[in-house]
Design a protein around this ligand. Structure first.
Ligand code: HEC
Length: 369
């Protein structure tokens, strides 16, 4: 799990907007990751260093501490994976209400089991090597186990857990929402799976040896496993890239639109248009248009259609603009809905409608445009 910090930092760099959005949506669960990890480590130290002292009296409590730390260690990857999963499906974000509801989106649990199984296999392979080391004295072996038995045990665990991945892996792949599946991804994942089968075949031959000796295959096992892990990590990356591409383009377009609104606002200030209130007298269409200017500009599309567009629709029909402004509909999918301006009253809306038509028409007939 500590090894997860590296990937976590990479993901937060590459997918900053999506990852932090997911973090914010899972709220307390995400924030509690650090205290949970700290507590899990403290409990596991307590479990370890009180091993002898609590063995005779306090056995139950000792077991409880051990289980509690294991549960905490298991909950952290679930929170982490819920976030990684959530960030991939922006379309579902409006329905998410915190950590637990995020678990229903995408396929959190198949990911979780796949990840847990991979962690167990890697740890078991590591321990099998650990109990092969030359420097390790036989007194250091856990009670009742010989070195060979331990090696075999861990090689077997690595073997059967990896075998189970042949179920967890496809389960993960087939429950993934299809939006992000691409040909490149299939090629990478299937190649990874083929290397995984070679890994299993080699590991199987080691497991069948009665002394559990790997006979020079140990380094090959790690080599193959590294290729598998690299292929699976690449596959995940491809999936993320494909499934987020559309949303990323949308963010880019929205940002460009907001930027142009800001530019338009600055241009109005520079042109002294926003000083209209100081002029005195009854508000003219031009002044009332300040209510509309945040979104509508003369011949540029900001957060809404331009005055040129509007006047081409409502030519000779200012009352149509008044009716729309009092109760705007939803016409264009690319824009957010327009708020109602009924509170301005018919008179002011009529004045602004005439102003819009006049400006729009003037701009259309101006040959310099
Ligand atoms: C917050 C942004 C915003 C403001 C402020 C705003 N509008 Fe709009 N307006 C929109 C958007 C967005 C649309 C396009 C809506 C759609 O097509 O779904 C729109 C569309 C229109 C249209 C075209 C309707 C059609 O039939 O196509 C008119 C007319 C209009 N606005 C008038 C006004 C007037 C008048 C004001 C000021 C009193 C105003 N708007 C203020 C966002 C705004």
């Amino acid at each position: 799990m500590v090894l997860g910090v590296g990937p976590l930092l990479c993901i937060s760099l590459v997918y900053t907007t999506h990852f932090y959005a997911a973090n914010a949506m899972t709220g307390y669960a995400w924030i509690s990751v650090v205290p949970l990890v700290t507590l899990a480590f403290l409990l596991s130290y307590l479990h370890k260093y009180k091993w002898d002292a609590w063995r005779t009296d306090g056995k139950r409590f000792h077991a409880f501490i051990g289980v509690a730390s294991a549960v905490l260690f298991l909950s952290v990857p679930l929170i982490f994976l819920a976030n990684i999963n959530l960030m991939l499906f922006p379309a579902g974000w409006t329905d998410v209400r915190g950590f637990f509801s995020s678990l229903t989106l995408g396929n959190v649990f198949p990911r979780y089991f796949h990840f847990l199984a991979a962690s167990i296999a890697v740890t078991a392979l590591f321990l099998a090597g650990w109990f092969t080391r030359k420097g390790l004295s036989d007194e250091k072996m856990p009670d009742g186990f010989s070195r060979g038995e331990l090696r075999r045990l861990f090689f077997r665990i690595a073997f059967y857990v990896t075998l189970a991945q042949l179920i967890f892996g496809p389960l993960l792949l087939f429950t993934l929402p299809h939006g992000g599946l691409s040909t490149a991804l299939w090629i990478v994942i299937l190649s990874g799976a083929a290397v995984a089968i070679a890994f299993l075949w080699l590991l199987g031959s080691v497991v069948r040896k009665s002394d559990g000796r790997s006979r020079g295959h140990y380094i090959w096992l790690w080599g193959l496993l590294s290729v598998v892990v690299a292929a699976m990590a690449t596959g995940r990356h491809l999936y993320r890239e494909t499934s987020l591409a559309g949303h990323r383009t949308m963010i880019k377009e929205q940002s460009a639109r907001f930027r142009s609104i800001a530019v338009a606002a600055q241009m109005r200030v520079d042109a002294g248009l926003d000083a209209g209130d100081a002029l005195g007298g009854p508000p003219t269409g031009k002044h009332i248009f300040k209510n509309c200017a945040a979104c509508h500009a003369l011949d540029r599309v900001l957060a809404a259609p331009s005055l040129v567009d509007i006047s081409s629709i409502y030519l000779g029909d200012p009352a149509g603009i008044v009716a729309w402004a009092k109760a705007p509909g939803k016409k264009r999918p690319e824009f957010a809905p327009m708020p109602s301006f009924a509170h301005l009253g018919d008179e002011q809306l009529m004045a602004v409608a005439e102003y819009i038509l006049q400006e729009g028409a003037a701009s259309t007939s101006d040959p310099s445009n």
